[in-house]
Design a protein around this ligand. Sequence first.
Ligand code: GAR
Length: 207
Amino acid sequence: MTRPADAALRLGVLASGRGSNLQAILDASAAPGFPARVAIVVSDRERAQALDRARAHAVPVVWLNPKDFGERAAYDAALTGVLAARGVGLVCLAGFMRILGPAFVRAWAGRVLNIHPALLPAFPGLAAQRQALEYGVKVAGATVHFVDEGVDTGPIVLQASVPVHPDDTEDSLSARILVEEHRLYPEAIRLFAEGRLTITGRRVLVR
Ligand code: GAR
């Protein structure tokens, strides 16, 4: 299935920091025929580099400051408001360092993707690359998955592996994984936008 450009799936990207995955998505969506485009970027951090990257592509940005909201549910409701107002059809977490509460996850069920720098279910949570090095695995990688109510536990869409070298540092391993992240995330978005993903229990069928 291909969509005309004006019917592209509208993405809401949530990011807290550097925004290199956002950049990969922005670059992919600039290519002719890509079936999605970034409609809004939301950050919980005012100075996130991701916001500058969005502005450079003339993509609207919103900073939602957690300090302005008493509890997680209020923050998440505001987030839903921002995304819905922009007609977002798929939410992409790209280095978004807040956990989304159950109400948000239920409201957007099957419409939220996350990227994680590990071969899940190994090494969920923070500092996945450091966890992998400390564990001593020989193969690491990246995972794009649907978001459920757990931390990095949702149905897996795509994974890619990289070798771990004996002299790797957290930085060198992270850089090797990041190359795969930047390839995987736009590909997963394309598959979603083309209607080629079906979630059945824990499994994602890719057509
Ligand atoms: C990426 O490596 C992403 O996989 C990771 O944060 C980094 C964000 O980089 N996400 C997580 O660890 C989520 N648990 P970026 O801001 O340059 O895209």
